[in-house]
Design a protein around this ligand. Structure first.
Ligand SMILES: Cc1ncc(COP(=O)(O)O)c(C=O)c1O
Length: 360
C-alpha cells in the first residue's frame, strides 16, 4: 500500500519527545517558547497553539475587535477556516477560486468587498503559495486586514516572512512538521501579542509555566472579555521542532514524486498543474472530469494506492448566495495523490504506472 500520507518521526525527534516526557513538564513551557522563537527569527511575535483552527480563531477574534463585520474567504478551503471566523463573530462571504489551482480568485474577492469588509483570508491551498503580494496591496488600498492560512506550507524558508497581518500554521499529523495536534499564530503587529496570549489562556495574563517558574509572586490578571484554553503543549512542540528539521528534505522527495506524476497527463485526461519552486508539494493533486473521478480512485485503491478528496465548496456546503462556480467544479474534479514524507522514486513510478493505466 502506498498511503496518501503518513506521519513519520526520526530518532532525534523521538529523543526530544522522550526528554520532555522525562522532564516532568508536559504543558505549555520552554519547548513551545523555542518553537515560537523559531518563527520570530525574522520578526514579529508567535504563539504556539493546539491547532491552526485555534490560530485562525485567535487572529479572527483580535481583528473582530476592530469593529467591521464581514470576512472574505476562498470557497475552497478546510471547513475549520469558516468555523473559526464565524465563531469569532464574522459574517462570511465566499470568493470563487482559480479553476486550475484552487487558489482564491482575487478579482472575485474584490467584487465582494463592502464598507463592512474587515478581513481577507488567503490560503496556501495544497501547498501552493497564495498571491500574497496582490492580496496585500488590495487590503492596503481599502484598510482591510490580511490573514494567511499556511496549514499546507510553512514559510520559514521563504525570502521574507508572510506579508499578512496574521499567518496561521498547522502541525497536525498530515502536515509538514507533524505532531499529534498543533498550530501557531504569527503576527507582525506587536500591539496584538498580549491580547492574543490572554485570549488563548481563558483571559489570564500569566501561564502556569511562567507563574510557577518565573513570576511566583505576581498577581494574575484576568481580562473580563475572557477567551478559551488553546495553548500548545511541550510534548507536541518537541515533535514539531524535530519535524521542522526535515521539511526541506521531504519537500525535495515530494517534488520529485510530483514530477513523475505529471507524466501521467499524456493520453489520460488527467490535469496536474505546473507548480512553483516555493511550493511545499505537501498535497499533490490531479484534476479529472467529475464523472470519472470515483472510478479512477477505485482502480488506484485496488492497486494499493491511496488517494483522497478533501474540500467541498464551502459556498455550496454552507448555502451561500455568493456565486462560486469554479469552486464547485474544482471540488468535484480534484483528488490528491500519495505524498508520504519518505516517498521513493520507486513508489512514485508505481503510482505513475497505475495513473497511466487507470486513466486510459
Ligand atoms: C487549509 C487548512 N486550514 C486550516 C486547517 C486547520 O488545521 P488544524 O487541523 O491544525 O486545525 C487545515 C487542516 O487540515 C487545513 O487544511
Amino acid at each position: 500500500m502506498i498511503p496518501v500520507t503518513r506521519p513519520t518521526t526520526d530518532a532525534a525527534t523521538r529523543a526530544r519527545v522522550q526528554k520532555v516526557i522525562a522532564s516532568g513538564w508536559w504543558g505549555y513551557g520552554p519547548l513551545c517558547q523555542e518553537l515560537e522563537a523559531r518563527f520570530t527569527q525574522r520578526g514579529g511575535w508567535a504563539l504556539a497553539l493546539q491547532s491552526c483552527t485555534a490560530s485562525l480563531w485567535i487572529a479572527a477574534s483580535l481583528l473582530r475587535e476592530t469593529g467591521r463585520t464581514e470576512a472574505i474567504i476562498p470557497a475552497i478551503t478546510y471547513a475549520g477556516c469558516a468555523a473559526a471566523l464565524r465563531t469569532a463573530g464574522w459574517t462570511l462571504r465566499f470568493a470563487d477560486v482559480d479553476p486550475v489551482t484552487g487558489l482564491i480568485d482575487l478579482g472575485a474577492a474584490k467584487r465582494l468587498i463592502s464598507p463592512e469588509t474587515g478581513l481577507l483570508l488567503i490560503v496556501d491551498i495544497y501547498g501552493q503559495q497564495a498571491q500574497a503580494t496582490q492580496a496585500r496591496s488590495l487590503c492596503d488600498s481599502l484598510g482591510i486586514a490580511l490573514v494567511q492560512d499556511m496549514a499546507h506550507r510553512i514559510d520559514l524558508w521563504d525570502d521574507q516572512p508572510s506579508l499578512a497581518d496574521f499567518a496561521c500554521y498547522s502541525f497536525g499529523p498530515t502536515k509538514e512538521a507533524p505532531s499529534p495536534e498543533g498550530g501557531l499564530v504569527w503576527s507582525r503587529h506587536p500591539q496584538s501579542e498580549a491580547r492574543a496570549r490572554s485570549l488563548s489562556l481563558v483571559g489570564l495574563d500569566l501561564d502556569t509555566w511562567r507563574r510557577t517558574r518565573v513570576h511566583r509572586h505576581l498577581p494574575v490578571q484576568l481580562d473580563p472579555r475572557l477567551g478559551l484554553k488553546l495553548r500548545q503543549n511541550d510534548v507536541a512542540a518537541a515533535f514539531v521542532l524535530g519535524g521542522l528539521e526535515r521539511v526541506l528534505e521531504q519537500r525535495h522527495r515530494r517534488h520529485a514524486a510530483y514530477r513523475r506524476y505529471r507524466l501521467a497527463e499524456a493520453g489520460t485526461g488527467l490535469r496536474l498543474p505546473q507548480r512553483h519552486a516555493d511550493d511545499s508539494y505537501l498535497m499533490p493533486f490531479a484534476l479529472i472530469e467529475a464523472d470519472r473521478r470515483a472510478c479512477l480512485r477505485d482502480a488506484l485503491a485496488r492497486a494499493g494506492i491511496g488517494t483522497s478528496d478533501h474540500y467541498p465548496s464551502l459556498a455550496e456546503a454552507l448555502d451561500s448566495a455568493d456565486p462560486c462556480p469554479n469552486a464547485s467544479l474544482f471540488a468535484a474534479e480534484v483528488f490528491t495523490l500519495p505524498a508520504p514524507p519518505r516517498i521513493s522514486r520507486l513508489q512514485a513510478d508505481v503510482v505513475l504506472a497505475q495513473l497511466q493505466q487507470a486513466g486510459r
